[in-house]
Design a protein. Sequence first.
Length: 341
Amino acid sequence: MPEGIQMGQSRAAVLEVRDLAKHFDVSKSWLTRIIERQPKQILKAVDGLSFKIEKGETFSLVGESGCGKSTVAKLIVGLHGPSRGEIFIDGTNLHEAIKSKESNSVRRRWQMIFQDPYASLNPRWRVQEIVSEPIRVFKLAKSAEEIRQRVGELLTQVGLSPADGAKFPHEFSGGQRQRISIARALSSDPEFLVCDEPTSALDVSVQAQILNLMKDLQRRLGLTYLFISHNLAVVYHVSDHIGVMYLGRLCEVATAKDLFDNPKHPYTRLLLDTIPDMDMTGKARAPVQGEVPNPIDPPSGCAFHPRCPLANDRCKSEAPQLRNDTNTLIACHAVEENRHS
C-alpha cells in the first residue's frame, strides 16, 4: 500500500511495490521526427503503482485490456526494468539483487505462470526437460536421477503422471499444458508466483480445475500469489485483496468481499456490471461505455473522466490520489465529495 495507508492488521510483506512506473518510448525515428517536427511519444504503461502482498495471500490486479496489468507482472519478474520506483522481495531491492553475485538465490524465490500454455512451453523439449530446467539452472539437485525423481514428484503434485515426463507438449490438452507450466514454476521451490491470466486461454470447465489446483497448492506449500486477470468472476474466488487498474494506475484496492459487496469507484461498479446476473436479481446494470483512452495521450485530470457518469470539472483537471476510505483505498473525487450515491 502507499506509505501512510494501512488496511487491517499488517503481516510481513513478501512483495512491496513503491511508486512503480514503466514508460516506453514509442516515437518514430529521430530523422522522421525532425522532418515531421514531431515530439517524442511516451507510452506510460504503468504510472506510479504502490501496493503490498502479505505472505500466503493472493493479491489480484484486474482491469480492461491495455491497463498495464501484464506490464506489472513483467516488471516484478525482471523481464522489464522499471522507469521509476522500487520492488522489494522480503525487504530486498529486487533489481539491485538481480545485478549482484547472489542473483540466482534471489531469482529462485519467485516464478511466473504465463497466459498461453501453448506458447510458453518449448515444443522441442520433452516435459522432463521443461520441468527440470529451473532445477538445473539453480543447481537444486546433485544427479540426473535426483532430478528425474523430483520431476516425477512435481508432475504428480499437479495431477499428472511421472510417465508424462517422456512426452512432448503437443501430446497434451491446454489444461494439461498449464499443469506442466505450474510444475515448472514450482520446480525451484519458490515462495512467490506471478500468475499472468493463467486460465484465460482455457475452457471454462478447465479453468475451475486449474484455479482449484492453484488454491490447493497455495494452502499446502504456503505460496503467495500476484494474480493478473480481466475476469472479476475469477478473481473473486481466488483473491484476498483486489486492485482495480485503469490506464496504468490503481483506482481502488479492497478485500475481495468489500470490493464485490460495496464497490466504490465508478469504474469498479461498471466492471462488476459486466458479470452475468446468474441470480436474476433484476438489478439495473450499466455496461462499461466507451474504450480505454490512448495511453500515449491520456485525458487530463482523472483518466476515467471521459467515461464516468459522475465526472465534473474537478475530475477533468485534477488527478485523484489513492486515499483510505473505510478499509478501501480509492482514487476518486466523486467518492470523496459524496457524489457516488
